[in-house]
Structure formats: C-alpha cells, structure tokens
Design a protein around this ligand. Structure first.
Ligand SMILES: Cc1cc2nc3c(=O)[nH]c(=O)nc-3n(C[C@H](O)[C@H](O)[C@H](O)COP(=O)(O)OP(=O)(O)OC[C@H]3O[C@@H](n4cnc5c(N)ncnc54)[C@H](O)[C@@H]3O)c2cc1C
Length: 414
C-alpha cells in the first residue's frame, strides 16, 4: 500500500529534523525517513557550534545539550599563534549523537512521523524534477511514499540529487576530514578551540576541539587529493604543540567524514524538491560550520513547504526566507571559497600566515587581497600578527566593531 503525505523529509540529521518539526508544527502531514536504525550514529563531526549563531536559531537548544564551552579560539601557523576571545569567538561542544536524537524526538513531538531504517532508493519523477513517488527500503520490505513536497536533507551522499539526475562529485566539491575523539590528552588550555594552518591540512585546517579537560576531537581536513589524508594527519601529529598535547592520547572514536565546500547544484529548489543542509552546502567557511546554519535552513524549508501545502505561498521563496535571516553570513562565507581553493596547493609559509590573519579577522578580505597582490613578504605579515597579538587596544576595538556588526545583522533578521 502506498503511503501518502504532504511533506517527505529524507534524512534525520539536524537539517531534516528541523525541517520535519517546522512542517509538522505548521500543520503539514510530514514523514521523515532515516536509513540508519539510530539517528545520529555514527557521529561524523567535530561537534562544535559557534555561540554567536544561537540567537538566530528558530528554537532554543536546552542547556544540557551544551556539554562544554570554549571561550577562546587560538590560531596557529608556522611558529606563530594568536588567540581571539569574547562571545563571537566562543564555541559550545555538543554530543552529536544525543543532539541529533533530541532533534528527531522534537520533530516527532511536533507531529512528524519518523521512519527509521528506511532508505530512499528510487524516485518517480514527472516533468522536470517533480517527484510524485519515493521508493523506500525498510526491514519489512519495499514501500512507496507519495509526497507533495520532498525535502532532501540527506547530506553529502546526496541520494535525492543523484536520483534526480545530478552528478554530485565529492572530490571536486567537498573536503575530507579525518577526525578522532581522543582521551587522556594533556591540553594546554581545555577551554581553547585550536585551529592549525599549514601544509598538513591542504586548503582547510586541522583542529583540536576540547570536549572536557582531557578529551578532544582532533582532526585534519583537505581539499587536495593527491596525498593520503593519513599522511597529513601524521604530519599534523608531529607538530611540537600538537605532539605535546595529543601524544599521550588514546583513541575513543573515529568521527571522520566529508564536508561540503563548493555546491553540488546551482539552486536550493527544484520543482517540488527543497535542498537542506550539506546537500545544499549550507555551512559557513572557513570553519565549515554546518550544524546551526543547517537547522536554520531546515526550519525555513519546513515552514515554506507547509505554507505551500496550505496554498499560502510558492516553494521557490525558500532561499529568500533563508537570505532574510543568515543571508549576509552566507554571502561572507561564499567569498572565502575561491581563496580556500586558490591557496590549497601553496607550500609558502607566507600564505599560511596570511590565512591565519584572515581567519582570525586580524585583517579584512580587502587587506588580504592587497597583501597578496603586493607580494608582501613573510616577515612583514609576521609583524602584523605580532603587533596585533601584543597590542592592548586592537583586540577590544575589533571586538566592539564585530559586536556592533553582529547586533545589526541580528536586528535585521528579526
Ligand atoms: C569530520 C567532520 C567534522 C565536522 N565538524 C563540524 C563542527 O564541529 N561544527 C559544525 O557546525 N559542523 C561540522 N561539520 C559539518 C556538519 O557535521 C554538517 O554540516 C551537518 O551534519 C549537516 O547536517 P545535515 O542534516 O545536512 O546532514 P547529515 O548530518 O549528514 O544528515 C543526513 C542524514 O541523511 C541520512 N540519509 C542519507 N541518505 C539517505 C537515504 N538514501 N535515505 C534515508 N536517509 C538517508 C543519513 O543517514 C543522515 O542521518 C563537520 C563535518 C565533518 C565531516
């Protein structure tokens, strides 16, 4: 027997659960399918979320989900390091498995039907991209679901896109990240998120994201695939500040995976299909921060789908609804994508330190481009970092300007 629904959500990650909750809460008959038996497991994530994004969320995260707080972000490149502090640089750690399970439960409480161990394997498509039916594999056999709207929140594997005829290629669009939860570490500062830039993380970065005084997610990413990521990880482990902290560590869990940098598709809406989360490249560069943006976009997709079902709006307004909230943050983030790729194969220490300056907001994008065009040498850029780090007033002034910009953005998004 064919199941019918208003909204079919594919994938119960943060994007799918947020979309399903919003659609169901707004009155749409919503089914969310998840191919795994346990939502959120296995974890493929660093589990950090920026505190600055919490005010943009459509619903609050219960305090018990925020298991550890990092009030400093330290950047390392070559022999240099500098730290940023304050609300805009604060990171909360989640237990992703528990967090994703909570989000899925929340969707159920709002009225969505969640079908676990249910994998999308085929789509029936009418003209263009209009999906009329979805074929799913369940422990009880193959079933058909006939939806009016499909929300594709199936992550980087992008099954919905593939079934619609797109050819998403992870090697040219995504970064690959080796990430491990480690215990028994000797962290120099358990309240500091440490970001490392250098040849060991081509195009992106390596990190130590503490989850407690002695545990952390430790990872290395790349967008260049001519070298084994394991070698990059080993090179990262050899850095003196890393060896000193992680050398004593023991492996708790592998949390590796792929994270989008470039988009698989040009649009977020294809006829009655809305794309949410990783499949739509909805994360903020340079840190490829996807959890909170994905929840916000999922909420807007769910509300848009429910409005469409009630005859109160078209589906293609979904991108505008996202732009009205976190659009400026996506615009800023998109500007960094060409830079990540341009510098990905550079072995020049100057470029690593330049990226440190940009990522730590010591310089603006304009200044970054000027320094690159002017072929400014390593020592001069080192001087910029050292003056910034030593200066008693530069950081507070920068903090104030950043905060004002942030509050303006927040007010505009209301
Ligand atoms: C190693 C690593 C570290 C990261 N660290 C961070 C971080 O610290 N902070 C941060 O903000 N972001 C981080 N990210 C990014 C973040 O994890 C993602 O942006 C986020 O999970 C995207 O959520 P999503 O709902 O789009 O997709 P996902 O979380 O991937 O969820 C997709 C779901 O769809 C299901 N699915 C897939 N195909 C099918 C199918 N055919 N049928 C049914 N179900 C299907 C999957 O099983 C999965 O549950 C990291 C990513 C990686 C890989």
């Amino acid at each position: 027997m064919t199941l019918t629904c208003d909204v079919l959500v594919v994938g119960a990650g943060p994007g799918g659960s947020s979309a399903a909750a919003a659609a169901a809460e707004a009155g749409a008959h919503t089914i969310m399918i998840e191919r795994k038996s346990r939502v959120g497991v296995p974890v493929q994530c660093g589990e950090g979320i920026g505190a600055y994004l919490l005010p943009f969320l459509p619903f609050p995260i219960p305090p018990e989900q925020l298991i550890w707080t990092l009030n400093e972000l330290t950047f390392w490149a070559e022999e240099l390091s500098t730290a940023r502090t304050g609300k805009l640089w604060t990171t909360h750690l989640l237990n992703r498995a528990a967090f994703d399970a909570w989000l899925a439960r929340r969707a159920e409480e709002k009225g969505a039907e969640v079908l676990r161990e249910t994998e999308l394997i085929a789509l029936t498509v009418k003209t263009g991209y209009t999906v009329t039916s979805a074929t799913v594999k369940t422990p009880a056999g193959i079933r058909e679901i006939a939806p009016r709207v499909v929300i594709a929140a199936d992550g980087v594997d992008a099954t919905v896109l593939k079934l619609l005829g797109f050819k998403p290629d992870k090697q040219t669009t995504c970064g690959k990240v080796l990430s491990y939860e480690m215990a028994h570490l000797q962290l120099r500062s358990p309240r500091s998120f440490q970001v490392f830039l250098g040849d060991f993380a081509p195009g992106v970065y390596a990190y130590i994201l503490p989850k407690s005084r002695t545990t952390a997610n430790v990872g290395v990413g790349t967008i260049v695939f001519d070298r084994k990521l394991r070698e990059c990880y080993d090179a990262f482990m050899e850095l003196p500040p890393v060896r000193a902290q992680v050398g004593t560590g023991t492996l708790v869990q592998d949390k590796s995976g792929w994270a989008p940098i470039r988009s698989f598709t040009e649009h977020w809406v294809y006829d009655n299909v809305l794309l949410v989360g990783d499949v739509a490249n909805q994360n903020f560069k340079p840190f490829v921060e996807g959890i909170i943006p994905t929840i916000i976009c999922g909420d807007r997709a769910g509300k848009t789908a429910a409005d469409f079902i009630r005859g109160k709006g078209a589906l293609d307004i979904y991108p505008d609804r996202v732009r009205a909230t976190i659009g400026p943050l996506f615009a800023e983030s998109d500007q960094l994508i060409p830079i990540l790729y341009e510098l990905s194969t550079s072995k020049d220490p100057r470029d690593h330190v330049l990226r440190l300056c940009l990522f730590a907001s010591i310089i603006s994008l304009k200044q970054f481009e000027h320094l690159r065009r002017a072929d400014t040498d390593y020592r001069a850029i080192q001087g910029i970092v050292e003056r910034w780090t030593r200066s008693p007033f530069r950081q507070p002034v920068a903090d104030l300007i950043e905060r004002l910009g942030f509050w303006y953005l927040l007010l505009k998004s209301r």
